[in-house]
Design a protein around this ligand. Structure first.
Ligand SMILES: Cc1cc2nc3c(=O)[nH]c(=O)nc-3n(C[C@H](O)[C@H](O)[C@H](O)COP(=O)(O)OP(=O)(O)OC[C@H]3O[C@@H](n4cnc5c(N)ncnc54)[C@H](O)[C@@H]3O)c2cc1C
Length: 399
């Protein structure tokens, strides 16, 4: 049986990022195996995130940052404005560029092996874990799993868990090319809530590449996916009704689903198994932003390995308050206590954009959070906070 120091079960954003962090930290001088069901060749996703100009994303991925915007538009029926993000920037990486950079970097390390096959099971043992792939087995001192299935004891994020909130963020996007200049590349549209909400949380966003090309996405936060033609219909309608674009070519299509849940994710489901990425709870429950959190988790694991030889890290207890904020926001959206355009409209209308962004990416201080909380419409937020708190107490009593 082949033996490795580290095995990545799943070599998507999280498995590749962690390997990249190991290389950069000088920890890649030992046998490492990456397993995925297939090689990554397609430009299957676009990653956006916000951070300061010289943040972690820049430090790691500056050569492949495709676009960055200092200003974004926010639209709703109640409040619309162009927001100055300084000191933040909204940044974009294309999946294909990321996979290419990873292929180039990893290929320089002969001790890093890549195999393709279906991971069927991960077996936890006292001093190693064994990954079973299409009848073959690989032993790893540590296995980092990013496969979002019941593998490694992880419940599927698609399955609601009693007592917790669970929405799906589902979206489709088109890269469109227009014959005439139609986009302003100096500002992206972060959220446009002017579209029909159908009682859900629905918005479009626009990432302009230049004057004639942009990624236009239609996004929904709701418990269930829509028929596929609805996404296409909504993008087409948004292009004509709001961007006044009827003549265009669709150059690329993307579709995605991200779990939005406050149900606990098991980061360390076994003695030798660590869940990473979406499977490890990196998707921010109330926004679905995951990419930068994957980078922070990879950094925490790498630091722990350097310090102790083990990957176990601890989240700061002070960060727990963000879990409560996430649950309250999910409660409001799931129970439709207050229309989503108003929830986000109030936040951006009554706070400077950087304050909202730091609140949403969990880097705010208590004063900023107080500012954000005081800017909300109290009745639905108080009702949601009671509901969440009572729900948590009830879960503890039942345990
Ligand atoms: C279209 C799309 C756009 C997104 N945009 C953003 C964004 O703008 N900003 C942001 O922060 N987040 C975004 N996300 C969310 C998140 O960043 C991505 O989903 C990210 O890829 C998650 O990384 P991961 O490693 O957890 O999962 P993945 O990247 O999906 O990697 C998991 C890997 O496991 C492999 N796999 C699955 N099952 C098996 C098996 N049985 N055996 C072997 N291999 C298996 C898959 O092939 C895959 O390569 C987006 C997600 C999608 C789908």
């Amino acid at each position: 049986m082949e033996q490795y120091a580290y095995i990545m079960a799943g070599a998507g954003a999280a498995g590749l990022s962690l390997t990249y962090h190991l290389i950069r930290a000088g920890l890649a001088d030992r046998p490492i195996l990456l397993i995925d069901q297939s090689p990554k060749v397609a430009n299957d996703r676009t990653w956006c995130f916000w951070e300061a100009r010289n943040g972690l994303g820049d430090a790691l991925y500056a050569p492949i940052l495709f676009r960055r915007w200092q200003r974004v538009h926010f639209y709703s029926p109640y409040f619309s404005q162009t927001l100055d993000l300084s000191p933040y920037e909204y940044k974009m990486i294309q999946g294909a560029d990321f996979y290419r950079l990873m292929d180039q970097t990893l290929s320089q390390w002969p001790n890093i092996v890549r195999r393709y096959g279906r991971v069927e099971r991960i077996e936890d043992r006292p001093n190693e874990a064994v990954v079973h792939v299409d009848g073959a087995a690989y032993r790893g001192a540590w296995v980092f799993n990013s496969i979002p299935t019941p593998i490694a004891g992880l419940g599927s994020p698609e399955t609601p868990q009693e007592g917790y909130h669970r929405l799906l963020q589902h979206f489709a996007g088109w890269v469109v090319a227009t014959p005439h200049p139609k986009f302003d590349p100096s500002a992206a549209t972060l959220m446009d809530f002017r579209i029909d909400q159908h009682g859900e949380c629905r918005f479009c966003y626009v990432l302009p590449f230049d004057h004639r090309r942009a990624l236009v996405e239609f996004t929904v936060f709701s418990p269930r996916l829509l028929p596929r033609d609805v996404y296409d219909h909504e993008i087409k309608k948004y292009l004509s009704d709001f961007l006044h674009i009827v003549e265009y070519q669709i150059e690329h299509v993307e579709f995605g689903v991200i779990p939005m849940t406050d149900a606990p994710f098991e980061t360390f489901p076994g003695r030798r198994i660590v869940n990473i990425g979406t499977a490890g709870g990196c998707a921010k429950p109330s926004t679905g932003y995951t990419f930068l959190r994957i980078q922070h988790q990879a950094q925490q694991i790498t630091n722990a390995l350097k310090r102790t030889g083990r990957p176990h890290y601890r989240a700061s207890p002070f960060q727990r308050r963000f879990g409560l904020y996430d649950s309250v926001l999910l409660n409001i959206l799931e129970k439709r206590r207050y229309p989503a355009p108003r929830v986000f409209g109030d936040l951006f209308a009554r706070n400077p954009a950087p304050r909202v962004l730091s609140f949403l990416d969990e880097t705010s201080n208590i004063l900023d959070e107080l500012g954000v909380l005081l800017s909300t419409h109290y009745p639905p937020f108080i009702a949601a906070t009671f509901d969440v708190t009572l729900g948590r107490l009830w879960q503890q009593v039942r345990r």
